[in-house]
Design a protein around this ligand. Structure first.
Ligand code: ADP
Length: 670
């Protein structure tokens, strides 16, 4: 059927030439008779219908679903062609939507006109159908782009190469205050502060060269004349021939962002200042130094001319007194007037009511209320701007106040107040620590005093006891059983004597009064003799002396060096309950005598190695038979140090320890 020649064009068109012309037209054309049966159609119509209709058999709408342009269905009787058939009048360019059986949709511009015969009777319709789908899609896209631009948060503006503004969105209106009527057609310099006109030349030259400008931060002027911080991104606009014809600008208000950045920067700086002040004051344990550092740093921080820190303290007798430090003013300036009195101005600070920040204290109602000065005493520092912050202790009680002054009004801001408050908080922690440290120091001193006193008092009766026991033991015959008991008692009294004299030594070390008597003597002989004696008392272990030399004269306090060796050997035995030997080794290394005492006992954990030399320090959880006071090694270290020597330990936990000490062979006396 499709191969048949197109049906009877002559029925509607009066000559072949016209029909030939229509046949190849890119616009669909068809005719139908007065009943709606198609009578002729061209190629474009076949394409548009999506199939070939049969002339005089198919009606013009055969293939489609037809809709209004808004998508609502269109009744057949209301379609343009039907209306022409019904009323005999042309319909001009009605837009309709058609849907083909394969689902494809097209926008169609329908142009049906009536056909009449010579007698004026309606014979049918000729219709041209134009497919406007592409155009419609482009319009929709345009519309979407326009609404994106309109709803953008950023101002979007375009201008031509002469700098004339050609478009202006809502955000631009919000940012600059001009409506599009007011600004479109005006020159872009309307928005540029005069001192920045050069920028425009630079921008235009870049745009002409087809270059983009990104995130260019600058200042622009609003309708009200306010200067605002913005970031500009500018792109060239090209015409179809790729020629630059203008520029589009995206303008972002970065005022808020800048402010946030500045704030952040300010916070960071503030944090840094506070940190460094915090570090400085927390490293101090001396109250007066803390007060001074806090006063100096806060005075500087808030730009005050003078600053003062008054600190209430209570002494041992329970009396309160006040320390104070100053910055920026000589002490005499304050001392003349004594401590701040409980005046109306100072009251809120010392009572802890809160911060007082006044631009002009001389105009403050609290000022000048109290006799006798009524205002600041004559000769007082010239304070106009005034800032005072209470400083609180751990439990919230006011322990003092920070006061700042400046002779100019309105010098102190909220920012200053916050900084001072932050330092005040740090100061109170540091002061609490210093106070604790002070208390501990005092308690320690009391304890030392007590130990010194107690051991001194114990020493005389124990010495007498030892004397009487010696007489008793000596006077008893060898076979008397009581002699054994008396000797045992003597051994215990000896231990007690050693303990008491160790405690006395500690006290003497503390007060720097441990006496030394230096002399030349043969240390080899001394150690050899000592080993004999120690072997008798420490019979559980074999005490081995490992020394190649016969004789070595050193200049030292022989009693004290023996005391060191006895201490190390008794420890070696005490802390190696499962061991059976202790090795004393001597060697001369680099002109130093090195003695070591090695055991095969419990050993010492690495983190304890240094601490065992501290006063009263004992490793935790020692077995109950390993009793002691934790002062032996402390005394040993003092003795060795006083000989310009060195004492240290190497140990493997669970395997044993070796204590070493070194003495220089040319020890100077001291
Ligand atoms: P004391 O032995 O009276 O406790 P010292 O000052 O002599 O006091 O020793 C301090 C601590 O060091 C001891 O309590 C113990 O924990 C540890 N110590 C000392 N010598 C040894 C050793 N040879 N082996 C293991 N631990 C030791």
């Amino acid at each position: 059927m499709g191969e048949e020649p197109l049906p009877a064009p002559k029925a509607a068109f009066n000559n072949i030439a016209t029909w030939d012309l229509l046949e190849d037209l890119p616009v669909a054309v068809y005719t139908c008779d007065k009943h709606g049966y198609v009578t002729s159609f061209n190629k474009a119509a076949v394409k548009l219908w999506g199939k070939t209709l049969e002339a005089n058999k198919d009606k013009w709408y055969i293939n489609w679903q037809i809709f209004n342009i808004d998508g609502t269905p269109l009744n057949l009787e209301e379609t343009p062609t039907a209306r022409v058939l019904k009323y005999g009048k042309a319909v001009k360019q009605q837009e309709i939507l058609i849907k083909r059986p394969n689902g494809s949709i097209s926008y169609i511009l329908s142009n049906p006109k009536p056909l009449f015969d010579e007698s004026g009777q309606l014979t049918g319709v000729v219709n041209t159908l134009i497919d406007i789908t592409e155009q419609k899609n482009a319009e929709a896209k345009q519309g979407m782009l326009a609404s994106i631009i309109e709803s953008s948060e950023d101002a979007i503006v375009s201008k031509n190469l002469d700098g004339i503004i050609t478009s202006w969105n809502n955000a631009a209106q919000r940012l600059f205050g001009y409506t599009d009527e007011e600004i479109i057609g005006k020159h872009i310099t309307t928005l540029i502060p005069e001192d920045r006109y050069d920028e425009e030349e630079l921008i235009i030259s870049k745009i002409r060269a087809n270059e983009r400008i990104e995130h260019f931060e600058t200042i622009r002027k609003t309708k009200s004349g306010e200067e605002i911080q913005i970031s500009l991104t500018i792109s060239p606009i090209m015409n179809k021939a790729n020629k630059v014809i203008g520029a589009s600008k995206i303008i972002r208000d970065i005022g808020k962002q800048k402010k946030a950045e500045d704030r952040l920067q300010q916070y960071a700086e503030r944090l840094e200042i506070l940190n460094s002040i915090g570090q400085v004051i927390s490293a101090e344990l001396d109250i007066q130094s803390i007060l001074q550092k806090v006063t100096d740093s806060t005075t500087q921080l808030c730009g005050a001319q003078f600053g003062a820190f008054f600190h209430n303290l209570v002494n041992e007798q329970g009396e309160s007194y006040m320390l104070f430090t100053l910055s920026g003013a000589p002490r005499e300036a304050f001392e003349k007037f004594g401590m701040p009195r409980n005046t109306a101005v100072f009251h809120p600070t010392f009572s802890g009511e809160g911060t007082v920040r006044v631009d002009d204290i001389t105009k403050d109602p609290r000022y000048g209320k109290n006799a006798p000065h009524f205002g600041k005493p004559a000769g007082h520092l010239p304070v106009v701007s005034y800032l005072a912050v209470p400083v609180r202790g751990k439990s919230g009680e006011v322990i003092g106040g920070l006061f700042f002054g400046h002779e100019q009004p309105a010098r102190f801001t909220k920012e200053h107040e916050q900084l001072v408050l932050a330092v005040a908080a740090q100061a109170s922690v540091a002061l609490d620590n210093a106070k604790l440290y002070e208390d501990i120091k005092q308690l320690n001193e009391k304890k030392d005093e007590f130990i010194g006193l107690a051991s001194h008092e114990l020493k005389t009766p124990v010495t007498s006891l030892k004397g009487y026991l010696q007489i008793i033991a000596r006077n008893l015959p060898a076979e008397d059983r009581n002699k054994l008991l008396a000797n045992r008692a003597l051994e215990q009294v000896s231990k007690l004597t050693t303990l008491i004299s160790d405690l006395l030594d500690v006290t003497k070390i503390q007060t720097g009064k441990l006496p030394f008597t230096y002399a030349d003597y043969d240390i080899i002989k001394s150690i050899t003799d000592l080993r004999e004696i120690l072997q008798q008392t420490e019979s559980s272990h074999q005490i081995i002396l490992n020394y190649p030399l016969e004789r070595l004269i050193i200049h030292a306090d022989s009693q004290r060096i023996e005391q060191v060796i006895i201490n190390l050997v008794t420890n070696a035995v005490k802390y190696s309950p499962k061991g059976d030997r202790v090795i004393i080794t001597g060697a001369v290394i680099n002109n130093k005598l090195r003695i070591s005492v090695q055991d095969f006992g419990i050993g010492i954990q690495p983190d304890q190695l240094e601490r065992v030399f501290s006063r009263f320090y004992r490793v935790e959880n020692l077995a109950s038979h390993m009793s002691g006071l934790g002062i032996g090694l402390y005394i040993c270290q003092e003795i060795v140090n006083r000989h310009q020597g060195r004492l240290w330990v190497e140990s493997t936990y669970g395997e044993g320890s070796t204590f070493y000490f070194e003495l220089p062979l040319n020890t100077p006396t001291n």
